[in-house]
Design a protein around this ligand. Structure first.
Ligand code: 13P
Ligand code: SF4
Length: 304
């Protein structure tokens, strides 16, 4: 089938199944173009909760589809590429959290949404890169552990010096590839272009950036400013949305390493098969779901 034929089939099956396609901004351009909603983790989890449909086809990685299921247990949630996993989500386990809590009973434990359902079920509150600083700032507790992303944790720690924050040694294999020398080099080549960076990059990179934000916040920054070129320090998929919104502007990737192979596992054929054969259904044990829901709901109650 040609891209055009497969797209037509997807649209028909979507209608027939009363399905909605959610796609993360790191997805391939073809996937973003057929999606009903494209956004960052926060936007997509809100959409999963609110959207009126029977089935959600989640084009992203597994923890995102599980988050959608946790928030919308009555909907069928499909992950087209079953092997699309976020390696960072596996860098802390539920057992790690239980052991840490026993040793540090007074600490509030905060999990980045890039974590497993089992970890979310053990934590007190969830965060995404878009609301992390605000959620943690609003927590009455001073003593906090953030898991699993050390870079995001370090960025929050720098932003909230009045909190006593412990970090966990997890990382994003994609954003970790950006080095301080990359940003210094790009600054020398494009001295007038603002550099917009995701907080999963290391602090040695963030300290030279003009703006730090989630993928949607980076897109919003460009919407609000009038430069003719920008340097983008997050996964390359974001450039597709940026170019679509601003065809007259130039966007340069901060590093050629900014490609997440897991986010790129979803192709149009996978979305077609997902809708045609109802695959791959995300299931979450109900008792576990309710506990994981607690940490996500707490996030929404602090900062909707
Ligand atoms: P966002 O919260 O910006 O969507 O980022 C998710 C992610 O996986 C970043 O690598
Ligand atoms: Fe995970 Fe990094 Fe890929 Fe995001 S970009 S899904 S954190 S590996």
């Amino acid at each position: 089938m040609t891209t055009q034929e497969i797209t037509r089939e997807i649209l028909q099956l979507k209608e027939k199944n009363k399905a909605v396609i959610l796609a993360h901004t790191y997805q391939d351009g073809h996937i973003q173009d057929i999606a009903d909603i494209v956004g960052d983790s926060l936007m997509l989890s809100k959409a999963a909760k609110e959207v009126d449909c029977k089935t959600i086809v989640f084009c992203g990685v597994r923890f995102m589809a599980e988050t959608a299921k946790i928030l919308s247990p009555k909907k069928t949630v499909l992950l087209p590429a079953i092997d699309a996993l976020c390696p960072m989500a596996k860098m802390v386990t539920a057992e790690d959290i239980r052991v840490y809590r026993e040793m540090n009973p007074k600490k509030k434990i905060v999990c980045y949404v890039n974590s497993t359902t089992e970890v979310k079920a053990e934590c007190d509150v969830c965060i995404t890169s878009a609301n992390a600083v605000e959620v943690i700032n609003r927590l009455p507790e001073k003593d906090i552990l953030i898991v699993p992303d050390e870079n995001l944790g370090h960025y929050i720690k720098q932003s909230l010096p009045h909190k006593n924050i412990d970090l966990w040694p997890g990382f994003c294999i994609t954003h970790k590839r950006v080095l301080e020398k990359d940003i210094l080099q790009v600054k020398a080549i494009h001295p007038n272009a603002p550099i917009l960076v995701h907080p999963e990059c290391s602090y040695s990179v963030l300290k030279h950036a003009d703006y730090v934000g989630s993928t949607s916040q980076i897109i919003h920054y460009v919407d609000q400013h009038d430069y003719d070129k920008y340097i983008i320090g997050t996964e390359m998929g974001v450039i597709h949305s940026l170019k679509k919104n601003h065809p007259d502007k130039a966007f340069y990737l901060l590093s050629t390493g900014l490609i997440c192979s897991n986010m790129k596992k979803t192709g149009l054929k996978d979305v077609y098969h997902a809708l045609k054969y109802q695959q791959h259904v995300i299931e979450v044990d109900e008792e576990l779901r309710q506990r994981a829901y607690g940490s996500i709901d707490k996030m929404f109650s602090i900062c909707e």
